[in-house]
Every structure is written in C-alpha cells, then in structure tokens.
Design a binder for this molecule. Structure first.
Ligand code: 8Y4
Length: 277
C-alpha cells in the first residue's frame, strides 16, 4: 500500500495498523478507562511501542444512543492527547471526528495527519472544504443513515454494490470540493448499519473495491458480528475472532486495519507475511 500524506507518502508491503484510542467517558469497549489524559497517553505509548503505524484518537462515541457532545468538549478531550502523541512518538495520528472545527484544530494545532470521518463528509457542512485546504488524507466510511438510526432493521439487495455506489458518490463529492483523489481512503464501515450477512459479504468480497485504486481501511475489532460468529458475548473477549477477521481482510487487500489490540495484530501480521503466498 501507499498512503499519501500532507508531505510525502508512506509505503509498506503489509497493512498499516491503526490503534484505537478512545478519549471518551462512554465508549462501548474500553468503558472510558482512557478518559484521563495520562491514562490515554500511557495507552498511546504502549500502542506505539507495539508497532502501531497510526493512532486513531476519538472524543465522541459513535455508539447508537450515545450522548452527543459539544464542540468545545470534543476539542478539549482530543487536542491535548493528539499534541502529546505527536511530540512523544513517531506514529501518525488520525482524528476520529465528524466536526470540521475539530478536524481543523486537530491538524493545525495538534499535528494530526489523517481525518477519520465516519459520515464521509456528510454531517458537517464545511468538512470537505476544510479537509481540502488542510490537504490531509480523509477516510470516507460507509454508514447506512446515522449512528442513531443505522441498526434499525438495515437491509441491502446487494451490499457490496450499494457500498461501491456510495463510495463513488462520496468520491465525486470530495473531488468536487477540491480534495485530491490520492488523499482519499475508503472504508466499508463494518457494523455501521449492517446485518451479520452484510459484514461477512463486505469482508469476503473486499477485493471488489480494488477498482477504486484507493487504500481500504477495515475496522472489525471486537465488533458484535464477531460475537455472533464466534460466540463471545463481551467485546474484550473477541481477540481471536478479531485476529482471524483481520487476517482475511489483509489477504483481501485491506491497507489499514483499525484495532484495539495492536500488539497481537502486529504479531499476527508478521506470521501471515511469512506464511501467505
Ligand atoms: C466493540 C468494540 C463493539 C468496538 C463495537 C465497537 C470504525 C471507525 C469506529 C470503522 C472507521 C467500534 C470510529 C465503532 N469503527 N472508523 N470508528 N472505521 N474508519 N465499535 O470501522 O469500534 S467506532
């Protein structure tokens, strides 16, 4: 894969590993344990030492029904953590936000390298323009509706075709607002308005999205479809399921894997690189 950044690019044979850093008091998986900036920094350092290429810093939970937070609160949560990660480690930082002001300040003041917008530039009027001006890569993720509505009986006739159509529509929108094609990362949005069969189809047929000739990001880590497949009810116990799904995603062309457990993922990818054809 080749990832174009604001200045230069990053090229690597294996998928990049993006470690998840929730700076939220209400996130599903880590239950706000890293809300305190010190704890967040300790977790960031651990992920960097384990070989993370990117740390994804998010201040607002995308869980359905999670309380929306204000702009100032989101900035206060993520900005100090992003700045310190950039000062203290060599890893890239993505900012997980749908708000243009958060994206702008995270990049300009915090030094964030990537904007991870689960709404694919839809939830904030000027997000596309801000990203174009910043000239940073942006993740365009598929979601059916909004985090609030996405799991209300989602269905597709052909999920792969519908996600591909969505990608094309959002790419055209981004290009129209001045975002360069090589700064776009595509993400099928595993679990975001998808049934079990839809998540399976998207991972199984990930190669169909190769036609866009853009890096693909895949986020399966600890998600509930893995609980359905593997039988583990609690997210923290889905580590084996997560590794298995990530290796299939890697084989099928994922350029970036978004994970909670960086150490296990880096170690699994090393073995996969040695053994895969
Ligand atoms: C347990 C653990 C249960 C995690 C659910 C979850 C993605 C993402 C999220 C993704 C991109 C999550 C912010 C949902 N998922 N960004 N963000 N792609 N680009 N759920 O798949 O991790 S949050």
């Amino acid at each position: 894969m080749k990832l174009y950044l604001r200045n230069g690019f990053l090229e690597k044979e294996d998928p990049l590993v993006m470690g998840i850093l929730n700076v939220t008091p209400d996130s599903f998986s880590d239950a706000g344990r890293f809300f305190e900036p010190e704890a967040a920094m300790a977790h960031a350092r651990t992920m960097a030492a384990a070989g993370a290429d990117i740390i994804d810093v998010g201040g607002e939970s995308s869980r359905p029904g999670a309380a929306a937070i204000g702009l100032d609160e989101e900035i206060d949560r993520v900005l100090p953590v992003i700045s310190r990660i950039k000062e203290e480690t060599g890893v890239l930082v993505s900012v997980d936000t749908c708000k243009e002001e958060v994206a702008h300040r995270a990049v300009e003041e915090g030094g964030a390298d990537i904007v991870n917008d689960i709404s694919a530039l839809r939830f904030s009027e000027r997000m596309a323009t801000v990203v174009a001006e910043l000239d940073v890569p942006v993740v365009l993720m598929h979601i059916l509706g909004t985090p609030e509505t996405m799991q209300r009986d989602p269905s597709y006739a052909d999920v792969v075709a519908e996600v591909a159509d969505y990608f094309q529509e959002r790419i055209d929108y981004a290009l129209g607002r001045g975002i360069k094609k090589e700064k776009i990362i595509l993400d099928p949005g595993i679990g975001f308005g998808k049934r079990l069969e839809d998540n399976i189809a998207l991972i199984r047929h990930l190669k169909r999205f190769a036609e866009f000739e853009l890096p693909l990001l895949v986020g399966v880590s600890r998600k509930s479809f893995l609980g359905l497949l593997g039988g583990e009810k609690t997210p923290e116990k889905r580590e084996a399921e997560t590794i298995a799904a990530n290796l299939v995603a890697a084989r099928n062309g994922a350029a970036i894997l978004r994970v909670h457990d960086v150490d296990a993922t880096v170690r699994a990818l090393k073995v996969w690189r040695s053994l895969a054809e």
